[in-house]
Design a protein around this ligand. Structure first.
Ligand SMILES: Nc1ncnc2c1ncn2[C@@H]1O[C@H](COP(=O)(O)OP(=O)(O)O)[C@@H](O)[C@H]1O
Ligand SMILES: [Mg+2]
Length: 376
């Protein structure tokens, strides 16, 4: 799973180097990554920009197929090239250019400076190795821990993420864990080396709502303790309502809106974001504008519509929307929306949902106080 064992010097880790003055922990600038396939060019990441600082949480939200996972994997150097190709943009982490690192340098970053929790724990856990070995593997590789030290720390980490009887559990195999417990193992694994940035790709999608709440709370507790940044990827805006500081809404490989969580919930200027908000159960407080899913499907990324990519599904689309790509309308606070009418206050006031961020939180995670139930 990891590369060859080498002598390690943690003081050389990028996470222990200062962020250059005037820069952010992570800067993604107009990132473009296309797949070149027989069916044509798939514009999977098409102009993604954001910045992230320590202690912050960025929510990346959009329907399935909007390029959320591929964006994260591009930054981590995990996209096979070909068929993938970086078409433009920049990603810097503590001032270091991630896109032009050697594979050897990237291996030091992955799991150590930037750790990722993948969507499906069963594909990321090796069925033939004991849990303790897998959780301790990063410590052996990046910190030079002995087998015994790594196992001891793995046991502590399982305890930390709320797995009962960790001394016994480190000696068990993945199939002996429930879905929720496997997800906790993934978090323990990702946290092992105290990453600077934790990327969680739909970490709770397969879990029931109670366990989902526990897992999200756990990640927030860890963040409060360690000060790391989190990138939380989800198709459900409700999931990030509670924890995100900033939200990037993606559609068809592009960020269509970006802002603070409050800007996204209370001052959204993009009809796609409105659709996502209206799709959160109980989030729309206005009875006259009830829960409504977004009709239709996202476009094929190899055959994008000529105008606004959302126009074919947008209830407000005009002739202009079908023929011209909208520029980003910027409010001046860093909040932007890529819609021809985002700057039209009357349009926004008339059509935006009356939302409550608090309601979205409760719809997503129900009652955290009730979410302490047991599981195998
Ligand atoms: N190896 C690949 N070759 C071609 N297209 C791909 C490849 N991997 C992913 N894609 C396409 O990239 C798009 C974005 O996928 P993804 O990032 O997984 O979406 P999300 O995580 O938002 O659900 C999808 O249209 C998907 O089909
Ligand atoms: Mg995904």
């Amino acid at each position: 799973m990891f590369g060859n064992k080498k002598t390690v010097d943690p003081s050389q880790d990028l996470k222990n180097q200062p962020v250059p003055a005037g820069q952010h922990l992570l800067e993604v600038e107009d990132l473009k990554m296309y797949f070149h396939t027989e069916e044509g060019v798939v514009r999977a990441v098409d102009g993604v920009s954001y910045t992230l600082d320590r202690g912050e949480t960025l929510g990346v939200v959009g329907e399935s197929g909007s390029g959320k996972s591929v964006t994260a994997m591009t930054m981590m150097g995990l996209i096979p090239m070909p068929p993938g190709k970086i078409e433009g943009g920049r990603v810097t982490y503590r001032g270091h250019d991630l896109l032009n690192m050697s594979e050897e340098e990237m291996q030091r970053v992955r799991g150590n400076d930037i750790a990722m929790i993948f969507q499906d724990p069963m594909t990321s856990l090796n069925p033939v190795y004991k849990i303790g070995k897998q959780v301790g593997e990063g410590l052996r590789l990046h910190r030079g821990y002995s087998k015994a030290e790594a196992l001891k720390r793995a046991t502590e980490l399982l305890d930390l993420v709320g797995i009962p009887e960790p001394e016994k559990r480190v000696n068990e195999y993945p199939h002996q864990f429930s879905g929720g417990m496997r997800q906790r193992v993934m978090i323990a694994m990702a946290l092992a080396c105290d990453p600077d940035i934790l990327i969680a790709d739909e970490p709770t999608t397969a879990l029931d709502v109670t366990i989902q709440a526990q897992i999200l709370e756990l990640m927030q507790e860890m963040q409060e303790k360690n000060g790391n940044a989190i990138i939380m990827i989800t198709h459900d805006l409700g999931v990030v309502a509670d924890m995100a500081d900033k939200i990037m809404v993606m559609y068809a490989g592009r960020p269509v809106e970006f802002g603070t969580a409050d800007e996204i919930f209370y001052e959204s200027r993009h009809p796609y974001t409105w659709g996502l908000i209206r799709s959160i159960p109980e989030a729309a407080v206005d009875e006259k504008k009830p829960l409504t899913p977004i009709h239709g499907n996202p476009p094929a990324l190899s055959n994008l519509p000529k105008g606004c990519v959302f126009a074919p599904r947008c209830p407000y689309a005009t002739e202009k929307c079908h023929t011209e790509r909208p520029d980003r309308f910027e409010t001046g606070t860093g909040h932007y929306a890529a819609c021809h009418y985002a700057g039209d206050d009357a349009f926004v006031v008339k059509n935006a949902p009356d939302t409550s961020r608090e309601r979205a939180v409760s719809a997503a995670v129900l009652d955290l106080d009730d979410a302490k139930g047991g599981e195998a």
